[in-house]
Design a protein around this ligand. Structure first.
Ligand SMILES: Cc1ncc(C[n+]2csc(CCOP(=O)(O)OP(=O)(O)O)c2C)c(N)n1
Length: 342
């Protein structure tokens, strides 16, 4: 398993980024954690629908998204807000999606990020199609897709991997193995020792990395993106991480895992090891921590205000939000609603 930065914050390999960049990525992880905690807390106040927290998975998301070009494609899930935000999906729209507002599913025009997939596994195929389309158009844009360990037990995973391998599409498959698919532990749903080894069945490279190590994930994703961009096809990355919180705000993890297990993972916190590394390099102090928490916290607060101040959706949005140009079926349904009422 690839590791560059140990949980103690010590280097055991070459760091892929310099200190100023490490500070930027650390700050992004701090922002992501603040967003995640805020979203969890407002969900408990009834201001969001169910929310899927990603605490513990910040390095896997921030470190991988950081290597993308601004116009690369990203196709991710309900648990990948940090990765999506890194690629330009604003916090307020991610929150709006969790209130059920249509605007949440509509990223700004220049942002090549699809709305989060709730259907486990199905979205990986979209990433293959997008990368293939880019290849056919002669661009070097690639597509990255994020999914969990559970998604690899879906048929869609097989179809996506096989198609991507055969057509050598520029797709990066980023699996965050957080050890659980809701209450189903990894041993209960696959007989393979690792997820990375599944790549062998499709004839593509599979890499296993410490998913709580910002540097390892950055390095592995850089290599995979580079390979995809050169036209050499897809890679499967298994980022070994852990979901510290519940599956969603409606889940009670104490019913299927022991608190001791969670406690074993806490010292492997992805933020803490980068903080220690920066401190050793005289690039972190309490004052800066307070500054970035204050600034990023204010950005998150503003996003909550923006999401909550969106005007209530109109019934017409049901029809207008579906396709760029409505189909005849949709137009018929709209007319039916107008003539016969809702
Ligand atoms: C096709 C499909 N089956 C079942 C569900 C219900 N479901 C939602 S999340 C989830 C577990 C997914 O686990 P994993 O892929 O490991 O991702 P994680 O939630 O751990 O990030 C399930 C079974 C769903 N949303 N879609």
């Amino acid at each position: 398993m690839l590791q560059i930065l140990t949980p103690e914050g010590e280097l055991v390999g070459d760091p892929p980024v310099d200190i100023p960049m490490t500070r930027r990525l650390y700050r992004a992880m701090v922002a992501a954690r603040l967003y995640d905690r805020k979203a969890t807390s407002i969900q408990k106040q009834g201001r969001l629908a169910t929310y899927a927290p990603f605490e513990g998975q910040e390095a896997a998301q921030v470190g991988s998204a950081a290597v993308l070009s601004p116009d690369d494609w990203m196709v991710a899930t309900y648990r990948d807000a940090a990765a999506m935000w890194m690629q330009g999906y604003p916090w307020e729209l991610l929150l709006a999606g969790r209130t059920g507002h249509e605007r949440g599913g509509s990223p700004p025009d220049h942002v090549n990020v699809l709305p989060p997939s709730i259907t486990v596994g199905a979205h990986m195929l979209h990433a293959v199609g997008l990368a293939w389309a880019e290849r056919m158009q002669g661009t070097d844009r690639i597509a990255i897709t994020y999914f969990g360990d559970g998604a690899t037990s879906e048929g869609d995973f097989h179809e996506a991997m096989n198609f991507a391998a055969v057509f050598r599409t520029g797709t990066v498959f980023l699996c965050q193995n957080n050890h659980y698919a809701i209450s189903m532990g990894i041993e209960g749903q696959m007989a393979t020792e690792t997820i990375a080894q599944k790549a062998g069945a499709y004839g593509i490279p599979g890499v296993r990395v410490d998913g709580n190590d910002l540097f390892a994930i950055y390095r592995a994703t850089s290599d995979a993106v580079e390979r995809a961009r050169r036209g050499n096809g897809p890679t499967l990355i298994e980022a070994v991480t852990y979901r510290l919180g519940p599956h969603t705000t409606s889940d009670d993890p104490t019913r299927y895992r022991l608190e001791e297990e969670v406690e074993q993972w806490r010292p492997r916190d992805p933020l803490e090891r980068v903080r220690r590394y920066l401190e050793t390099n005289q690039a972190w102090d309490e004052e800066w921590q307070k500054l970035i928490e204050g600034e990023e916290g204010a950005v998150v607060e503003r996003a909550v205000q923006l999401a909550e101040s969106l005007s209530a959706p109109d019934v017409d949005d049901l029809f207008d939000s579906m396709f760029a140009e409505p189909t005849s079926d949709l137009e018929n349904q709209r007319r039916l609603l107008e003539t016969e009422g809702g």
